[in-house]
Structure formats: structure tokens, C-alpha cells
Design a protein around this ligand. Structure first.
Ligand code: ADP
Length: 422
């Protein structure tokens, strides 16, 4: 029997999300989430997907990641899917920052752990939690390959012209300041699935990927390789997001320090947590923003604020579409993904409106329709395809993990007709 299961772990500072996949067909056997680790009211929600049973929820103190993973292992055992099973081939870990060095998924050893640790100064919020997750899983199953899949890896192909900021080279290099980009697993998966939707090989198509979730980023992908992306040293740069500002003049920070009397930490919180859509209108959920706009009447200030937030969001998005069109020269597809990109038809319509001269248009009927799988929303015969392609970062992490630990490439899930990717 070949071991065909992969456990995917996404460890945050106080949470662990997990999925167990069967790589023979990419199906989900179980999925769940542990939240509020370290608090009295920790919560574990486990869905035994293969067994088709009801989700189970338990609350009560879970002290740390070790206790969290042991609790997950117990839940999986209850479904006959325990971590001690010989069918488990590997554990794939999402790691946010892999710097310049990690260009590929990597089997974890002590040297890899040390390098992920060395990158903590550029990813202080994420890498420590990712490391804890890996160390805990390793202690639990020391014999099993642990694979790190990096959010930054897909973007390491960016040319220096796109990756460097125009600041003093020595200062930048000393502090490892450059544009790394994030959401790479999603951009890789979605750009490849888009090529498949077009019936072409990834190396033959140029794609602009718009990953619009609570965090949001755009990327320009030429022939399957990323040539530019909107997030930079950190996930703060680029598009307007749920709570992050995206691009601002860096002098805003000097101004807030000198004139506003704010500390660095206060400005960090302002730009990362209290800006973007929530800072502009009080809501970061696009559904709520659209509701306020659609239900508002003339002179309604609440609706006007929501409309301004929406317009700023769209304006920035259109700027990036235009910029990446120019970066690529020729574009085969513009593709929307993640929570907003997959669900918010008005965002897609407004982002593409009036761009017929670039060969871009959205068919209103196709745009309004819903589907679980990838689909085109551009009119038939359009010069450039516009598409909606649901992202699946867990499947991509599992695929990359499985491919690395010796899973037969032909067996890789999600390589058939896309059903496994829904
Ligand atoms: P992340 O993984 O970054 O937390 P997601 O990709 O899950 O985020 O996206 C979450 C966001 O998607 C929500 O904040 C909301 O704005 C948006 N969203 C989800 N469903 C819908 C919908 N039906 N219509 C419009 N926006 C939606």
C-alpha cells in the first residue's frame, strides 16, 4: 500500500487550521480549526468529511500548539484517520516567509528550521507561529517528512527590476529589504488552473491574477512564472484590503510621527488593522459594503461612505490591472479569485468596465452566474479572457508536498478536469 494521505497545517499565532487530503483524487477526508490557543475558551471544530458525519465542536482551554495538535490527532483518530496511520505520507506546512533562499517546497531539517527562524525579523507575525507548528508536528511524528511550502516561493522568479525598491542598495541589502510578495501558493495554483481553463499549457499564457480576499494581491504571471506582484517586503503593500491600506506615500509615516505624535507601533496598527475598507467605511466585508450601497438612498451618508470605499478599492485595482498589462505586454487572461474575487460580481464588473480597448470585457449574464469550479465571464470571442477561478491553497500545499516526498506525479490530485479543486 502506498501512503497517499497528506495533512496540511496552517499554524497562526493562536490558531491551527488543518485539512487531511487523499492524494489519489485530491478529496478531503477531514478539515478543522483550533482557535484561541492559550486562552480559557479555546475552540476546536472538526469536520469528518469522508465519514460524512456532523462537525464536532469542543471548547475549553488548549494551552499551546502542542496541546492543539494532540487534540487534532485525537479527533482524527476518532474517524479512523489517526496521525499514526501508515497511510499518512507527509505533513505539509504553510510557511509565510521563505526569503530569497526558498524558491521551492522544502523537506524540513534542522538547517531549514534555522533559516526560517533567521527570517523572523522580516515576518515577525507569521514565521514564529509557522515554526511552532512544524516543531510540534515533528515531535509528534519524527519519522514522517515535514514539508515547508512558502507563500513567497512563487514570487522568487521576479526580476530584480520588479523585486528591488529604489532605495540605497547597501542599506536595503543589509536589512534584506526587497519585494518578496505573498499569497504565492494561491497565485501559482490559480494561474495554472487558468491555463487549464483556456486549454493551454501554463508556459504558453500570460495571466494577471487578482487574489481578492480579506488580504488582497495582484500578480503578473508570464508563461507560468511570476514577474511582478503587488505585495512587497510585507503583505501591507499594494491593493486596498479589508483592513490594510495597501500603497501609501511612505512620507505619511514620517508625518504621523512628527506631526501626529504617533509611535511606530501605533502607525503599524493603523495601516495594518484600521485602514483599507474598514478604515474608509467601518466595514471590511464586501457583502456588507454592497448592501449599504444598494440599499442607500440619495443623500444617505452611510451609503456614500460605503460607495467611496468601494470606489477607492476599485480605482486601485484598475491601476494594477493596467500596470500589469503593461508589464506583460500581451495578456491572455485576467482572473479573479478568493472571497471577494470569486463572489462579488459588482467588483469584477467595475474593475473591468470600460477596458474594451485593452480587449477586456465582462458578460453581465456570465458574471452574475455562480459556480463552484473555474469559469469564463468574458463574452464569447473576447481577445482577452476574463475568468473566475476558485483558489485552493490547501490542495496546492498538499500537491507540492506529495510531489516532493515521492508521490507519483501522475497521481497528483487536481490534474484531471478540475473537479477535485472545487
Ligand atoms: P482570507 O482568506 O484573506 O481571510 P477570503 O478569501 O476568505 O479571505 O475572503 C474573505 C472576504 O471575502 C470577506 O471579508 C468578504 O469581504 C468577501 N466575501 C465572501 N463572500 C462574499 C460574497 N458572497 N460576496 C461578496 N464578498 C464576499
Amino acid at each position: 500500500m502506498t501512503a497517499s494521505r497528506v495533512l496540511v497545517l496552517n499554524s497562526g499565532s493562536s490558531s491551527v487550521k488543518y485539512q487531511l487530503l487523499d492524494m489519489r483524487d485530491g478529496s478531503r477526508l477531514a478539515a478543522g480549526l483550533v482557535e484561541r490557543i492559550g486562552e480559557e475558551t479555546s475552540r476546536l471544530k472538526h469536520s469528518p468529511l469522508a465519514a460524512g458525519g456532523e462537525s464536532r465542536e469542543t471548547t475549553g482551554p488548549i494551552a499551546d500548539h502542542d496541546a492543539a495538535l494532540k487534540a487534532v490527532a485525537r479527533e482524527l483518530s476518532r474517524d479512523g484517520l489517526g496521525l499514526d496511520s501508515p497511510e499518512l505520507a507527509a505533513i505539509g506546512h504553510r510557511v509565510v516567509h521563505g526569503g530569497k533562499r526558498f524558491t521551492e517546497p522544502t523537506v524540513v531539517d534542522d538547517a531549514v528550521l534555522a533559516e526560517i527562524e533567521r527570517l523572523i525579523p522580516v515576518a515577525p507575525l507569521h514565521n514564529p507561529a509557522n515554526l511552532t507548528g512544524i516543531r510540534t508536528a515533528r515531535a509528534l511524528r519524527p519519522d514522517l517528512p515535514q514539508v515547508a511550502v512558502f507563500d513567497t516561493a512563487f514570487h522568487t522568479t521576479m526580476p530584480e527590476a520588479a523585486a528591488r525598491y529604489a532605495i540605497d542598495v547597501e542599506t536595503a541589502d543589509r536589512h534584506r529589504i526587497r519585494r518578496y510578495g505573498f499569497h504565492g501558493t494561491s497565485h501559482a495554483y490559480v494561474s495554472r488552473e487558468t491555463a487549464r481553463l483556456l486549454g493551454r499549457a501554463p508556459q504558453d499564457v500570460n495571466v494577471i491574477v487578482l487574489h481578492l480576499g480579506n488580504g488582497a494581491s495582484a500578480s503578473a504571471v508570464r508563461g507560468g512564472r511570476c514577474v511582478d506582484t503587488s505585495m512587497g517586503l510585507t503583505p501591507l503593500e499594494g491593493l486596498v484590503m479589508g483592513t490594510r491600506s495597501g500603497d501609501v506615500d511612505p512620507a505619511v509615516i514620517f508625518h504621523l510621527t512628527r506631526v501626529g505624535g504617533m509611535s511606530t507601533d501605533e502607525i503599524d496598527t493603523l495601516l495594518n488593522k484600521k485602514s483599507g475598507l474598514v478604515g474608509l467605511c467601518g466595514d471590511n466585508d464586501m457583502r456588507e459594503i454592497r448592501r449599504r450601497i444598494d440599499e442607500g438612498v440619495e443623500g444617505d451618508e452611510d451609503a456614500a461612505r460605503a460607495k467611496l470605499a468601494f470606489d477607492i478599492y476599485i480605482h486601485r485595482l484598475r491601476k494594477y490591472i493596467g500596470a500589469y498589462y503593461a508589464v506583460l505586454g500581451t495578456v491572455d487572461a485576467v482572473v479573479f479569485t478568493a472571497g471577494v474575487g470569486e463572489n462579488a460580481a459588482p467588483v469584477r464588473e467595475s474593475a473591468i468596465a470600460g477596458l474594451e480597448a485593452l480587449g477586456l470585457a465582462v458578460d453581465p449574464g456570465l458574471n452574475a452566474a455562480r459556480s463552484a469550479g473555474p469559469r469564463l465571464i468574458s463574452p464569447e470571442g473576447a481577445r482577452v479572457a476574463v475568468a473566475v477561478v476558485p483558489t485552493d491553497e490547501e490542495l496546492e500545499i498538499a500537491n507540492q508536498t506529495y510531489a516532493l516526498v515521492g508521490g507519483d506525479a501522475a497521481e497528483r490530485a487536481g490534474q484531471d478536469d478540475g473537479e477535485g479543486a472545487a
